[in-house]
Design a protein around this ligand. Structure first.
Ligand code: C2E
Ligand code: CA
Ligand code: CA
Length: 708
């Protein structure tokens, strides 16, 4: 929409030319309408001039004739003139006729040159004494009477001659002059000039129309065509380039402006829908595709794999202990860790591979592999990517993850099946220490089925009376005296018999059944301990789930009230994980439990986070060192020094240390030597079903130590 100055010039020139042409055309029309009249008038003028000339010549001749004869040169000039105008070919014919009195007199005088009327017009003029003009086609006839006493006929000589000789009186008609002209020449001339003018007007009109059409073309047609093109482009979805309005402020400019506004709206709408589509298919934290988008990629991979173009490997990646990172360092660090893992995973990708965040700390990846080596390399790259250390401010964490993968068509043909199977494999990898990844196999299905059947049974275990409590003694290291018992749950399954807590407690924690089981064990332990009159303590294990569900301190309080057990004789064993998972809540509950007078022990110390912060922050009455330290110390000097260090910590915090899993006299001897206050283990006692506490203690293991 450029070229404004020439556009305007063309417009102005065109308009001026058209106006001139229109005015001229009007004139031409007017002329045409009056053409006959004008031509007749021109012919009449010519005839009139000729008549005047005739009259003048005749008057002069008559003046001479009075005294001269026919040979007079004046008379000869007159005759010659009349002769010239009387022949038929001439344009103007002139003649004179005599009135009746003059003609009669001439006849009486035997004059032979009598000019009598030639036709009816001459007779009419003579009879009426009035000028007559008639027009017939191209022929104009003009006749004028000569009246005695008027014009040249008023001359005294004429009056006396005609009055005296012929008896005419003033007012009588002496004769008439007649002229006949043809108008062909006028008409031809008129048409010639008319045609010339018409050509000129036509030329002006054509030039004006040309200039105007150029103006309209440049000012209207081209911009409109341009805008139509822009509209079509928009309709086809091509909205990247702005609409050029050429800076015009007229209607075209307004249409262009409106179109540009419309385009901007479309651009915004498209951006919004692109953004929404992005949001709908991407995870906002890591920018990776989300579950929906990943499912689409899997679908495409499945299509290829089922058509025989390679195998689709689907990996599910779950961060280990992510919850701990969140709880311990805050969500900001947790988010940063997820972003970092997302980034390293994305960076490790090769063309044709996809990684996505399924939610929480769960990622997934897939690719179509041609060979088993491809698959192995793919998994190895994922393993390496999730093991990259991550630094946040001063904190450096090495994220570890468990990767489970399943392959189509071997391990499944549907998306959900593949993801479920990869999930099962991931749980297998998680369950096995030092194992980063695992591939799905059919046994996992079996185990998963077994697990869900077990979970269903477990939900009714307490109400069906299938949970029983075994007790294992805790002894004073020096004297071997029983100082308390740990309550340990057992599940007597109607079909499968005794199931160890190692198997069903994690399941119960997952399903939430642990709340009912824990409460049952707590009441049972309190009930049995309350019956012991020697003031023996009872230790009850508490899961992190129990701390987080309901009002745990209230449940403990009720158990104590209902059984009448002194709070000081109840010890609750909590793992570090349970404490740090929800540190503030744990601290709050622990304070309330302490307020009740209950004892708190840290269980499995050394295998969790073992931070000094945990034991210094929480109100702790006992530290239970995990049995892995005890079993390992003989072979591993590091465990030995760790044990010694824990003893020193206990000493400085004035918290007694209990060593778990003491099986041999030499272990006991070492623990004694490092100053460990309490022990628990098969060397002293096996967990057993008991009806009373402290009555059926085996023989003093100290004696056995002595024997060893
Ligand atoms: P834990 O709290 O560390 O309990 C000690 C475990 O070590 C018990 O296994 C006990 O039988 C075993 N043990 C004791 N002395 C020895 C020894 O000398 N050598 C060896 N190898 N093992 C010994 P158990 O009864 O199978 O319990 C396993 C775990 O199940 C417990 O570990 C505890 O974390 C959990 N658990 C048991 N009962 C309950 C319960 O009522 N509530 C909760 N929340 N957890 C429970
Ligand atoms: Ca325990
Ligand atoms: Ca333990």
């Amino acid at each position: 929409m450029r070229g404004r100055p020439p556009t305007l010039a063309f417009g102005v020139i065109g308009a001026v030319l058209m106006v001139i042409a229109a005015i001229q055309a009007t004139h031409l029309l007017w002329d045409y309408a009056h053409a006959d009249k004008d031509i007749a008038a021109a012919a009449a003028r010519r005839a009139d001039t000729a008549l005047r000339m005739l009259q003048a010549l005749h008057t002069q001749t008559m003046a001479h004739r009075v005294e001269a004869d026919d040979n007079d040169p004046v008379v000869q000039t007159f005759d010659a003139t009349m002769a010239r105008y009387s022949h038929d070919g001439s344009d103007v014919a002139l003649w004179m006729v005599m009135g009746p009195k003059v003609a009669a007199w001439q006849l009486a005088s035997h004059n032979r040159t009598i000019e009598t009327p030639r036709d009816a017009v001459d007779r009419q003029v003579l009879a009426r004494a009035r000028e007559v003009q008639s027009y017939d086609h191209d022929v104009l006839r003009l006749s004028r009477p000569v009246v005695l006493g008027q014009g040249a006929a008023a001359d005294a000589r004429c009056m006396s001659c005609h009055g005296g000789r012929m008896g005419l009186r003033p007012g009588d008609v002496i004769g008439a002059y007649s002229a006949r002209t043809t108008t062909g020449a006028e008409r031809a001339a008129w048409w010639q000039s008319y045609r010339d003018q018409a050509w000129l007007v036509g030329g002006l009109a054509v030039m004006g129309a040309l200039a105007l059409s150029l103006y309209l073309r440049r000012a209207l047609l081209l911009p409109l065509a341009h805008l139509a093109g822009e509209t079509e482009r928009m309709a086809r979805g091509l909205i990247e380039d702005p609409v050029d309005t050429g800076g015009r402020r007229d209607e075209i400019g307004r249409i262009g402006g409106a179109l540009e506004d419309f385009r901007n709206t479309l651009v915004q709408k498209r951006a919004l829908s692109d953004y929404n589509a992005y949001l709908a298919s991407h995870d906002h934290l890591t920018g990776l595709p989300n579950r929906t988008a990943f499912a689409r990629t899997l679908k495409e991979g499945l299509r290829l794999a089922t058509a025989g173009h390679g195998k689709l490997a689907c990996a599910v990646i779950d961060l280990d202990r992510f919850k701990h990172v969140n709880d311990r360092y805050g969500h900001e660090v947790g988010d940063a860790l997820l972003r970092s893992v997302g980034r390293t995973l994305r960076e490790t990708l090769l063309p044709g591979e996809t990684v996505a965040r399924l939610g929480g700390d769960e990622f997934a990846a897939c690719r179509v592999c041609d060979t088993d080596e491809d698959l192995a390399r793919f998994v190895a790259r994922l393993e390496a990517a999730v093991s990259v250390p991550f630094t946040w401010n001063a904190i450096t964490l090495t994220a570890s993850a468990s990767i489970g993968f399943a392959v189509c068509p071997d391990d499944g043909l549907r998306i959900e099946q593949l993801l479920n199977n990869a999930d099962l494999a991931m749980y297998r990898a998680k369950a096995e220490p030092h194992c980063l990844s695992a591939r799905y196999d059919r046994d996992m299905d079996e185990r998963a089925r077994h697990r869900s059947a077990l979970a269903a049974d477990l939900s009714h275990a307490v109400e069906r009376g299938e949970i029983v409590v075994h007790y294992q003694a805790q002894n004073d290291t020096r004297s071997g005296r029983v100082i308390g018992y740990e309550a340990l749950a057992r599940w007597i399954h109607p079909d499968r018999g005794l199931i160890s807590p190692g198997e069903f407690i994690p399941l119960a924690e997952e399903t939430g059944a642990i709340v009912a089981i824990g409460e049952f064990v707590l009441r049972e332990a309190c009930r049995l301990a309350a019956a012991n009159r020697e003031g023996i303590c009872v230790a009850v294990n508490v899961s992190a789930v129990q701390l987080n569900e309901g009002d745990f301190s209230h449940i403990v309080h009720q158990a104590l009230v209902e059984t009448g057990l002194s709070p000081a004789r109840l010890e609750l064993e909590l793992t570090e994980t349970a404490l740090v998972t929800n540190r503030d809540r744990a601290l709050h509950i622990l304070r309330r439990l302490k307020a009740l007078g209950v004892q708190i022990a840290i269980d499995d110390f050394g295998v969790g986070y073992s931070s000094l912060e945990t034991i210094s922050l929480f109100p702790i009455d006992k530290i239970k060192v995990d049995r892995s330290f005890v079993s390992a110390f003989e072979a591993d000097p590091k465990s030995r020094s760790l044990l010694k260090a824990i003893m020193t910590i206990g000493e400085s915090l004035q918290v007694p240390i209990l060593a778990e899993g003491v099986e041999t006299p030499s272990q006991l001897a070492f623990l004694r030597s490092v100053g460990c206050a309490q022990v628990q283990g098969y060397l002293f006692d096996q967990p057993r079903l008991r009806h009373r506490l402290a009555f059926d203690i085996p023989e003093d293991p100290a004696a056995r130590v002595g024997a060893a």
